[in-house]
Design a protein around this ligand. Sequence first.
Ligand code: PLP
Length: 423
Amino acid sequence: MIMDKRSFIKGLSLLGVGAFTPSFSLDKWLQRYDQVPAGVLAGDEDFWGGIRKGYRLKSEYINLENGYYCFLPEEILEKFIAHVREVNYQGSYYMRTVQSDNKKKAAARLAALTGCSEDELIITRNTTESLDMVIGGLDWKPGDEAVMAEQDYGSMLNMFKQVAQRHGVVNKLVNVPNHPANDEEIVRIYESAITDKTRLLMVCHIVNITGQILPVRKIADMAHRRGVLVMVDGAHAVGHFQFKIPDLNADFYGCSLHKWLSVPLGAGILYVRRDHIGKVWPLLSAGERKSDDISRLNQTGTHPVHTDLTVSDAIDYYFKIGPERKESRLRYLQQYWTSKVRQVPNIMVNTPADPARSCGIANVGLKNMNPGELADRLFKKYNIYTVAIDGAGVHGCRITPNIYTTPAELDQFVAALRELAAG
Ligand SMILES: Cc1ncc(COP(=O)(O)O)c(C=O)c1O
């Protein structure tokens, strides 16, 4: 389908229909669908059209880049603003009286959500802080080795480079294929990099540039058999698809809450298995603490406490929508568009087709155009916002819809891709 500017703009105005409606009651809307199974609701546009009404969306472009930040639906945003007002009203009194208890309550809710014990989880600013604290805080000896992947996130790779410079750690990088044959292939790749000197293995729960979900449990079991600690980068996992951290058998787990849980910017978690808490030097010292007291890793100084307060509201919202419904919808949307372009000449989907190996995120490239140009054309010609990825064996744009995204928007994206692929 060739779309001229006029028909595209007409399409956009139609897409605006169903966007933010202040009088809309989410609770009443959800009641109507109480009994409908998640799998059925995944493709029910009426239901998701209601969810979309709770988001204030820009009409200038279609946002297919929710991976950086899943901005808040109005319901969570209003609660956040109310917390900002209240903390501002109470001032130092708030900070000296209930600040710390409230943060503990928020952490307890996150622990319940992720299946952890409350004394193994802290709230941090983000995944970077969580994981870099572990990477930088272990007692490395010269010649110790660490295993990670080319496809891992830059901030963690940079921190590993720093410990290599500072402590003489040897970093071993593996390459995760975009289309693995099976779990065992991936486990073997990680295992092949382990030696007697390996102390830590980092693995993504979901690779951010492709959306591939990795067999973390199998990798962790293998690494533990070899005596290696396992740290999981779950930046995109919590609030996206369902799992419990202890089921992964990881020693450390970090996640950003401003991504799929829609907590305001600047919140993350760090899980540390109890017996490893004492092995990590804190980023900032909390003073004398018992070696198994996780609060020793949680010195923050004064920080935006209203973000911590909003954690609970974001979890409430997540449960209102329903974790299973959200996961099914995100997977449905990804499969909706990827299945339309996988077989098209010149189009390369860099995400496995197996639904168990991905959820909402996928990556697509064109043989006839580099990723930067593709992102640029999508934005300037078709008003579709994405992000270009060009490295680590991944050449394409990362596409991340969210629960407010409609198949009609994805149809526009697919039409644009087809047109660009045709040259
Ligand atoms: C896989 C992965 N790890 C870590 C991060 C860092 O997250 P943050 O900037 O919230 O610390 C990201 C951010 O996109 C990511 O995709």
